[in-house]
Design a protein around this ligand. Structure first.
Ligand SMILES: [Zn+2]
Length: 265
């Protein structure tokens, strides 16, 4: 689960997926079958998720070694996007780690990692412009951002309570109480997918804003533009993969729920 603040392209598999693995072990037929069928069901999504993570790391690594034609740092890039949108009050700070770049709307701070902040690479300007794009979204009260903030508490609750409810329900599997608990657990857990769904337009829009500034500034070569776009595209893929994974998990829960219902008759 991610909060309002999330690292650049680093949404992968939450603890919920692990919780699900644990919970489904209890589900009808004991550990062996539960784990195996869960793995078979989740494997494509897992592979896609791992691929997306590897792809964003690889693409960023490649373009973090190619200097942009302007020799502009990530910090300067973010500043340019902010100033062009009248956001001089938004600060830019340095943060440790890799791909930890994010915008913090509470403190009005963009935090950029070492490979972005004072790097003059193509990857750095792409990531920096993207994070600045998030700052612009918040300032403009971009609708998907407002929607995401509105559902965030419910989603956080659902992501934690859903798997717990499913697990408890599994202990009482076979009776009405157990089935009700599992049903509401699935419903609550579905909030995670809803959050991830609303995250997609937020992420795609931040990248679109970034690319518009990079392109329309007229300061960069086609090579710079293409490279930055590839980095941002790879990052967007991780969010799509996370959503697919959650949907698969929900479908798995539903299929087991329905199978349990049939078995009772
Ligand atoms: Zn983002």
């Amino acid at each position: 689960m991610t909060g309002v603040i999330s690292g650049f392209g680093t949404i992968a598999f939450s603890t919920n997926q692990m919780m699900g693995l644990y919970a489904t072990g209890y589900y009808y037929g004991g550990y062996g079958y539960g784990y195996l069928s869960y793995l078979i069901f989740m494997l494509p999504a897992l592979v896609l998720g791992l691929y997306a993570q590897a792809k964003v790391k690889h693409t960023f690594s490649k373009y973090s070694h190619i200097t942009n034609s302007r020799h502009m740092t990530g910090e300067q890039m973010a500043r340019m996007v902010l100033d062009r949108n009248g956001l001089s009050y938004v600060r830019i700070e340095h943060i440790s780690g890799s791909l930890t770049d994010h915008y913090d709307p509470k403190d009005h701070v963009i935090r950029l990692s070492s490979s972005v902040y004072d790097s003059t690479s193509i990857g750095a300007i792409g990531v920096a412009a993207h994070e600045a794009g998030h700052a612009v979204q918040h300032a403009e009260e971009y609708t998907p951002i407002r929607l995401r903030n509105a559902i965030l508490p419910a989603c956080n609750f659902g992501s934690n309570a859903g798997p717990v409810l499913i697990m408890i329900g599994c202990l009482f599997a076979g009776n009405t109480l157990g089935r009700s608990l599992i049903f509401f657990g699935i419903l609550l857990f579905s909030m995670v997918a809803l959050f991830q769904l609303v995250t997609l337009p937020v992420e795609f829009d931040a990248s679109a804003r970034a690319m518009t500034v990079i392109r329309e500034s007229g300061m960069f070569t086609d090579g710079d533009v293409t490279g930055a776009r590839k980095v941002l595209k790879a990052a967007a893929m991780t969010y799509v993969a996370a959503l697919i994974s959650s949907i698969m998990q929900i479908l798995y829960y539903i299929s087991r729920y329905l199978a349990g219902g049939r078995r009772r008759k």
